[in-house]
Design a binder for this molecule. Sequence first.
Ligand code: ZN
Length: 316
Amino acid sequence: MDKLQGIHHITAVAGDPVRNWSFYTQTLGERLVKKTVNFDDPGTYHFYYGDRQGSPGTILTFFPWTNMRQVPTGNRQVTATSYAVDQNSLDFWAARLKEEGVSVTPFTRLNQPGLTFADPDGMPVEVVGMEQAPGLPYWEQSPVPQEHRLRGFHSATVTVPGSTRDNSVALLTDVFGMTIVGEEGNRTRFAFQGDTPDTGGLFDMVVDDHLRDNGLGAGIVHHIAFRAKDIDHEAQIRDAVRAFGLQTTDHVDRDYFMSVYFREPSGILYEIATDPPGFTRDEEADSLGMALKLPAQHEHLRTRLEKHLTPIPPED
Ligand code: ZN
């Protein structure tokens, strides 16, 4: 079986949709590449943020529920979402975030400098300075200057208890084909594609026996998706995950990719998602994210939803 290609997307729960949109597009300078609804709850938005063309490995998605209560990050979850930036951009980001009233904590981890901060719902987000950050296409309307833009995911961090750690590791190494490329304290770093990871090519696992399980709420990652080349590759991965002893769904059509979901040994929800067809399936690259896109099964609700959903971008 071919290895997994890296992180495809990360999906989280948010509170107010306007505040979420404002932070990710206006403060962080990402592009809203798709404005659709939660397929299982079409009265709620589903936002996808990414680079100019919504490349796999840049996509952070949210289900914003206006009155959702905020929950602190807990065990058996994705506990940090990290973007790559150029190593010379960290001062820019520290200043920009402070200006926006976001408190920032610098760190050095496995010899890479970074900043950690929280989004408006308290979700931990990081930027990590890289010597050679991926050169992704720049969205010309971004308020962030091109040289400082986010360069897709550097990595994601999951936290697990010691009791299930070895099984969680075995899935990554034995099934996903990932290699261990670093260790520091209670953190192990994995790479999808060896020593020269591309966008979203790294993955960290931290062991913590004291962090509580806090469940879902605003500010919590719901699941993380990893890249399959196509549906055949996805089927191979699904079969390998089942052979490893885990139950999975079959292929689910998410309009912009095909997905398989399963809980990994510590209980974190993982997804395999195909690169094709991608976000230009129903919109031109130049106008991504402008129109409300509905899946075929909800198209009959359009008039009602357009009245009900808060306009994004917000009207003045
Ligand atoms: Zn997903």
